[in-house]
Write a protein that binds this ligand. Structure first.
Ligand SMILES: CC(C)(COP(=O)(O)OP(=O)(O)OC[C@H]1O[C@@H](n2cnc3c(N)ncnc32)[C@H](O)[C@@H]1OP(=O)(O)O)[C@@H](O)C(=O)NCCC(=O)NCCS
Length: 210
């Protein structure tokens, strides 16, 4: 397996594999392939952390990062990063590829002296990589709440101290759903289905810790 930077020639392949990986995962259908498409053009996109995994000449996984900001209760503003979408083509999952992409890019983020990686995700996938819930570092969303799915990887020991923080992620994540649906029409038709696992995703973003 080769882990390398994404190139323009990979764009469509990455969007296709992202669609395959996320399809019906979090709601019927998915929109993460559209997010890949627009994120690359966004000012907050971090080109030097845009990695793919290639196996036998085929791109099978992708990770993308964007800039985020932590804002402390005394208005200190600190640059951190977030990743997402992160995905591995369903035919290649559970072989350590997702882990390899996280580990590779985590080292690069550390080298840039960035104190933390902050994401929204399923704890099951990330606690094994050292992520903890935001509440453990007093990192909340912009409403001051601690969603179960808000996860923090501290890269600089003791960085968070005793202050309370809020995380502001890129506005690229809040895109026009109609445009995402239009974009999806450029891919082969695929059945959108309700699956009970989608409820877990809703719980992750709607359940709050105290
Ligand atoms: C989440 C995702 C990126 C993980 O990628 P992955 O390549 O499957 O991840 P890994 O293989 O590193 O780890 C997954 C599991 O396989 C296990 N595993 C890794 N290598 C293995 C091997 N050789 N044999 C058996 N199991 C293995 C890991 O221990 C891990 O087990 P766990 O879930 O019980 O902890 C991938 O499943 C995916 O794309 N999902 C759909 C999109 C998505 O939800 N993205 C994340 C948004 S939060």
């Amino acid at each position: 397996m080769i882990i390398r930077l994404e190139t323009k020639d990979d764009y469509r392949q990455v969007e296709e594999l992202t669609r395959e990986a996320f399809w019906n995962q979090y709601f019927p259908g998915c929109d993460e392939h559209y997010l890949c498409h627009i994120l690359r053009e966004h000012k907050d996109f971090i080109k030097e952390l845009d990695y793919v995994a290639e196996l036998d000449g085929k791109v099978v996984a992708s990770i993308m990062y964007s800039d985020s900001f932590l804002i402390s209760e005394d208005q200190e503003k600190v640059h951190v990063v977030s990743f997402g979408p992160l995905c591995v083509h369903p035919d290649y999952q559970r072989k350590g590829i997702g882990t390899a992409l996280i580990e590779k890019t985590k080292l690069l983020v550390e080298k840039k002296n960035i104190p933390a990686i902050i994401i929204y995700g399923d704890a099951h996938n990330y606690c094994k990589h050292g992520f903890k819930n935001g509440i453990d570092y007093k990192v909340s969303d912009m409403n001051g709440e601690y969603p179960m799915g808000l996860l923090v990887l501290e890269l600089r020991n003791g960085f968070f101290g005793n202050k309370k923080w809020k995380i502001k992620q890129t506005d690229a994540f809040y895109f026009d759903q109609e445009k995402a649906l239009e974009f999806d029409k450029t891919f082969p038709e695929k059945e959108k289905k309700y699956e009970y696992g989608q409820e877990i995703f809703k719980m992750n973003i709607r359940a709050f810790l105290r």
